[in-house]
Design a protein around this ligand. Structure first.
Ligand SMILES: Cc1cc2nc3c(=O)[nH]c(=O)nc-3n(C[C@H](O)[C@H](O)[C@H](O)COP(=O)(O)OP(=O)(O)OC[C@H]3O[C@@H](n4cnc5c(N)ncnc54)[C@H](O)[C@@H]3O)c2cc1C
Length: 476
């Protein structure tokens, strides 16, 4: 059985990994130069509890089981997961009704541990919250993770189990004969495939159209964010949601797994073709800050270290498109808007174990290995343990990123695992993610990349091809 997964975001990589449990030749294709550089790269990173989605929707169906699978999947793949819990805050009496609705919705969806709490209880847990808060809905199962780290880890694990990852390959054709899929094509390369899984995120409508389906076009809905430095830590211990609006879950304040505070996102519908428009705008960022300060009035925006934006793939149904289609062998994991990250592990499991494996009589391979170790990070150790490590492996004693204590050894290991650009190193190690945002480590990482890859420093890209950092000769 030959399977081609189109899209190496969190959804496609988890599906590819799941397929590797079976006797399948798995090909994972992405048009981007690295794994997880689509929607997976820029979102709120929340493992949602599952109370926002209306019962009966596909989103609700996969969100709660997806949330429950995160401990197992993040444990196996050595990816950070912190179950910080979530509050939905009623900031005046009129919003208390919304909390009741979300409670009923969450209970219908099977969300564990939901509780309506008094202002005193909210403020005891979250002292920085607006003292005018009228009440809160508490959801202990909500958590935070690093979506790109999950995608990278799932891809690494799939490769270790035999998958073939091809980056920089934009699929242009899905070949169908007599109602059956038989190949995929990217530029001048073609691969035969008995199964094709469409996990192409914002472009999943276009990939579905390549197979002859007629999906309604997706609309990019932009979400802008402001990231605050670790010095803002403590402003929110849990994820703080306002009462949701018809377009989105509202502007949130939440901790990140590495100790920062994230504010956002906006919800702006863009033109259907604006699928790369991740620009931030003055109005958007102002809306983020105002929305966040409504919940946490003392928030200090001068602690901001980065602004960015991500794009949600919105379909007219406002739901995921998943499962078998009228084209035999062509499966959808498409239109994965929020809570697509949370849903991804459950969706991948259902699609492969309950849809594909029984249809093609596939039996699990006993040799599949589920574990994948993260890049070792000595910065979390005490001095004695770190010194012992340096004795064994000196590059783990040379700190390159001082904000996050990332060593040369980690950068080299990231390159060994597939990083080819500065962003590739950053998203694998967190070097450049800290307060100075790469101000002090970019040149060193650039030189390490050039040295390890055997190329000139002027050939090292920031991210996309051609995004070079330096010109001419560089003398270390
Ligand atoms: C602002 C925002 C906030 C969000 N917050 C949350 C949250 O907190 N929690 C949550 O659960 N969900 C959240 N989501 C949703 C979640 O991020 C997405 O559902 C998830 O990342 C989608 O992953 P994906 O793999 O489907 O898409 P992607 O990550 O976009 O992966 C699709 C891949 O397909 C590739 N591709 C496209 N076309 C082709 C082609 N023709 N050939 C080859 N490759 C192709 C792309 O390059 C891309 O890498 C949020 C989304 C946004 C935008």
């Amino acid at each position: 059985m030959r399977a081609a997964v189109i899209g190496a975001g969190v959804v496609g990589t988890l599906i590819a990994r799941e397929l590797c449990r079976y006797p399948c030749d798995v090909l994972l294709l992405d048009r981007a130069p690295d794994v997880g550089w689509g929607i997976t790269k820029a979102n709120s990173a929340i493992v949602h509890a599952g109370f926002h989605d209306a019962p009966g929707t596909t989103r609700a169906r996969f969100c709660v089981p997806g949330n429950a699978l995160f401990d197992e999947v993040c444990g196996e793949l050595d990816v950070p997961l912190v179950r910080v819990g979530a509050w939905v805050l009623a900031l005046d009496e009129s919003e208390l009704e919304v909390l009741e609705e979300l409670l009923a919705r969450g209970r219908a969806n099977g969300v564990p541990g939901l509780a309506l709490c008094s202002p005193r209880e909210v403020l005891a847990d979250e002292p920085a919250v607006n003292p005018a808060v009228a009440g809160g809905l508490w959801a202990p199962s909500a958590g935070i993770t690093e979506p790109w780290a999950l995608a990278l880890a799932a891809a690494e694990n799939a490769i270790a189990n035999g998958a073939d990852l091809r980056l920089g390959h934009a699929v242009t054709h899905v070949r169908v004969r007599n109602g059956r899929v038989y190949a995929v094509q990217a530029a001048d390369r073609s691969w035969e495939a008995d199964l094709v899984i469409n996990a192409a995120g914002l472009w999943s409508d276009r990939v579905a159209a390549m197979a002859g389906l007629e999906p309604p076009p997706l609309t990019p809905r932009r979400g802008q964010y402001v990231l605050l430095d670790k010095a803002a830590r403590g402003l929110a211990r849990a994820i703080l949601f306002p009462a949701p609006n018809p377009l989105s879950k509202g502007i949130l304040v939440l901790p990140t797994v590495d100790g920062g505070i994230l504010l956002g996102p906006t919800a702006e519908d863009l033109a259907p073709d604006a699928r790369e428009d991740t620009d931030t705008t003055a109005e958007g960022l102002q809306a983020v800050v105002q929305g966040a300060q409504r919940m946490v009035p003392g928030l200090d925006v001068s602690l901001s270290v980065k602004v960015f934006a991500g794009l949600r793939p919105e379909s007219p149904s406002e739901d995921f498109e998943v499962g078998a289609t009228e084209v035999e062998g062509f499966y959808q994991a498409a239109a994965m808007r929020s809570p697509g990250l949370t849903a991804a592990p459950a969706l991948a499991r259902w699609l492969v174990r309950e849809q594909i494996a029984p249809t093609y009589a596939l039996r699990p391979r006993p040799e599949f290995r589920a574990a994948r170790p993260a890049i070792p990070h000595p910065g979390i150790l005490d001095d004695q343990a770190w010194n012992a490590w340096i004795e064994r492996d000196p590059p783990f004693g040379k700190v390159i990123c001082h904000c996050n204590q990332i060593t040369e050894g980690e950068v080299v290991e990231a390159i060994r695992r597939g990083a080819r650009t500065l962003d590739g190193v950053k998203f694998r190690t967190r070097a450049g993610f800290g307060r100075c945002q790469g101000g002090s480590c970019t040149d060193e990482i650039l030189l390490i990349l050039a040295r390890e890859l055997g190329i000139e420093p002027s050939a090292v890209d920031l991210g996309l091809p051609g995004s070079t950092i330096v010109r001419g000769e560089v003398r270390p």
